[in-house]
Design a protein around this ligand. Structure first.
Ligand SMILES: [Zn+2]
Length: 122
């Protein structure tokens, strides 16, 4: 990713981290959280959200997701004789992580034999 794109992502992340801090501490340093269980719950919620954002943004920047319609179709096994025809619009892909479900856009390919969309490896 170009440096300016990375800088934009950094600014975006820091704004999310700022908001997470606010949800934990509020204006009074407590934000209505009284019991340890409440504090733990809130801390885990806000950091899980940050972790999901980091994972989704990181995988979205993976250059391997942009290349590659070279794989054989994982559904019917058919390789394409027309590589240029195999690209398809990026698809939203969901993945369950240890911190919950993330969604990200990923390059996709369409098999010219069975017409199914699949995600190139990487
Ligand atoms: Zn196929």
């Amino acid at each position: 990713m170009a440096t300016d794109g990375l800088d934009r992502k950094r600014v975006e992340f820091l704004a999310l981290a700022e908001a997470a801090f606010g949800r934990m501490f509020g204006d009074d340093g407590q934000n209505g959280l009284v019991t340890f269980a409440q504090r733990e719950q809130r801390a885990c919620e806000v950091t899980d959200e940050l972790a999901r954002w980091l994972m989704a943004e990181h995988v979205a920047q993976d250059p391997a997701g942009e290349t590659s319609a070279q794989d054989d179709c994982p559904i019917c096994g058919g390789p394409s004789p027309y590589p240029s025809a195999r690209r398809d619009r990026p698809q939203v892909r969901e993945l369950m992580t240890r911190r919950g479900k993330i969604a990200y856009r990923r390059a996709a390919a369409r098999c010219p034999r069975c017409r199914k969309i699949f995600f190139p490896a990487g």
